[in-house]
Ligand binder design. Structure first.
Ligand code: NAP
Length: 248
């Protein structure tokens, strides 16, 4: 059990990639806080699934774009499970559109939910991790932040921002045995693509050397590696899980 005795928070864990990460960490023996925003029922199902697999989890509602709620999420983990070792900043949204017609609120919502949340939760967690001289922070970014994607100026900026934050924070807290890494996911089959036209999906598939979309569980395996002691000497790294899409 790789994560025996460890406590993990996964933001946006009610669905998709976050759910897969929560289940993977739970299977490894971590006690997991399943954060959600609006999907209370879905989060309860994730908690049940982790319990049925022999793990332990608790759901906690918080809008991680809000600093107080992010702080409350960290406090919940520490009060409920007594500690905090792993933070996975996974919560994210898209509000796609060409820049000329993109509403200011679409820019603000995406930057707040994807990037400011990473700042909020990391800031809230890092004090405890530094004190304990142990921490693993993993940020779920995207090929969009590396390659750029038309129609996603807001999303690409938020995901590129997460990469900068990852590297800066890795340098800040490395001496305290806190590692900070990112996983740059490619085209992973989740609800986030539900409004994307089929033609756009086919174009994306054409850019992937492995010739298929990825599954949430495949991202979760990479996160579990970075969260584990096997990755004790890895920090400031951006691990691609994208079927080769963004390779240079
Ligand atoms: P998803 O299926 O749409 O799930 C998004 C999750 O984020 C949900 O659990 C949602 O919670 C949560 N969330 C949204 N706003 C939140 C907020 N303000 N506070 C807390 N939680 C919030 O998306 P996904 O595809 O799994 O994406 C997960 C992450 O991977 C995102 O950061 C995304 O950018 C990144 N990513 C995805 C792909 C892909 O191809 N799928 C590729 C690269 C990167 P509720 O349902 O409870 O509201």
């Amino acid at each position: 059990m790789k994560f025996e005795g460890k406590v993990a928070i996964v933001t946006g864990a009610s669905r998709g990639i976050g759910r897969a990460i929560a289940e993977e960490l739970g299977r490894g023996g971590a006690r997991v806080v399943v954060n959600y925003h609006s999907g209370a029922e879905a989060a309860a199902q994730v908690v049940d699934a982790i319990g049925q697999a022999g793990g332990e989890a608790a759901a906690h509602q918080a809008d991680v774009g809000d600093p107080q709620q992010a702080q409350g999420l960290t406090q919940f983990a520490i009060e409920h499970f007594g500690d905090l070792h792993v933070l996975v900043n996974n919560a994210g949204i898209t509000r796609d559109g060409l820049i000329m017609t993109m509403k200011e609120s679409d820019w603000d919502d995406v930057l707040r939910t994807n990037l400011k949340s990473t700042f909020n939760c990391s800031k809230a967690a890092v004090r405890h991790m530094i004190r304990k001289r142990y921490g693993r922070i993993i940020n779920i970014t995207s090929v969009s932040g590396q390659m750029g994607n038309p129609g996603q100026t807001n999303y690409s900026a938020s995901k590129a921002g997460q990469i900068g934050l990852t590297r800066a924070l890795a340098r800040e807290v490395g001496s305290r045995n806190v590692t900070v890494n990112a996983v740059a996911a490619g085209y992973i089959e989740t609800d986030i693509w539900k409004n994307t036209p089929e033609t756009a999906r086919q174009t994306l598939l054409g850019l992937i050397p492995l010739g298929r979309a990825g599954q949430p569980a495949e991202v979760a395996k990479a996160v579990a590696f970075l969260a584990s002691d096997d990755a004790a000497y890895v920090t400031g790294h951006v691990l691609a899980v994208d079927g080769g899409m963004a390779m240079r």
